[in-house]
Design a protein around this ligand. Structure first.
Ligand SMILES: [Zn+2]
Length: 294
């Protein structure tokens, strides 16, 4: 059967658009600061610190390496979420111009703001060890008021908590960068994650920093390969999420017990249960970040 040129053109367009759709790949990149290449002092990670300006440049370099790798690995759409402190550290003018940036800390889902089931892969850049880790550089969870965070009995740091939310949406965490302790901890919650160790923790302050040119090259390559091989998994939605939060002192638990579902289990720890991980995440964030203890 002969077809008119118009029909052939329409068929070609349909084929093109459906194959483009099949190849669309959305990548979500959450960028913290403590685990960035070259960073090892709190006068770098705090906005009032003398070396904060330097640290912001280091942060955007690691982020850009991951972004370049993600696009090289087939990403067609990349969203970057600034995940440290004020969450206004990354300057859009320094960031790879192909991405959209989520900025400011007034977010329901903090380090995972905007994540949903439409994404194909997640990358954590600049992550650090959880509260109580004896060796991890800047080891802490959330705002620093927590001594420990447990979800369904499992002690997790920020990377572990974020992985619970990622699984709720069925989006794989394919890669993490940070010090060696952060990478090991991430593997406890995401066994197959690709880790890039950008520095070796000597203790919670001292580090052995790898050459920046090497870490950025490695981040780019790992992002390329892990995005290229990323496979979505079915969402993991547990029957319920029971969260236990142990604080460093009783101030926040005492106030937090005002929420009906929050139970004081010891003078310094609270527990609550939610049916959905995104809801549990919101309340965890409210309790560690948005209760003013001044
Ligand atoms: Zn952090």
């Amino acid at each position: 059967m002969r077809r008119s040129p118009t029909v052939l053109l329409a068929l070609a367009l349909v084929t093109l658009s459906s194959s483009a759709k099949a190849q669309a790949k959305k990548v979500y990149i959450s960028v913290d600061m403590e685990g960035i290449s070259g960073i090892n002092s709190d006068n770098q990670t705090s906005a009032a610190g003398a070396e904060y300006g330097r640290a912001r440049k280091l942060m955007v370099e690691d982020a850009n390496a991951a972004i370049r790798g993600a696009f090289a690995g087939g990403a067609t759409d990349v969203v970057v979420n600034d995940s440290h402190g004020s969450q206004r550290n990354l300057l859009p003018e320094d960031l790879d111009p192909r991405v959209r940036l989520i900025s400011h800390s007034f977010k329901r889902h903090g380090m995972m703001e905007g994540l949903d089931a439409t994404y194909d892969a997640i990358i954590f850049v600049g992550y650090h060890a959880k509260a109580g880790s004896p060796r991890g550089v800047f080891a802490h969870t959330g705002s620093g008021v927590l001594a420990d965070l447990q979800i369904n009995g499992q002690s997790v740091g920020e990377g572990g908590m974020n992985a619970f939310l990622a699984r709720w949406y069925g989006v794989p965490v394919v890669m993490v960068t940070g010090d060696d302790v952060a990478i090991e901890e991430q593997k406890a919650t995401v066994p197959n994650v690709r880790g890039v160790v950008v520095k070796r923790a000597i203790n919670s302050r001292a580090v052995e920093l790898r050459p920046l040119v090497d870490t950025r090259r490695e981040i780019e390559l790992a992002a390329k390969e892990s995005v290229a091989s990323a496979k979505k998994a079915p969402p993991v939605r547990l029957a319920q999420y029971t969260v236990r939060m142990a604080f460093r002192d009783p101030t926040i638990p005492e106030v937090a017990a005002a929420f009906r579902e929050v139970t004081l289990v010891t003078p310094t720890s609270v527990e609550f249960t939610r049916d959905a991980m995104p809801d549990a995440y919101r309340l965890i964030r409210v309790l560690y970040r948005f209760i003013n203890t001044d």
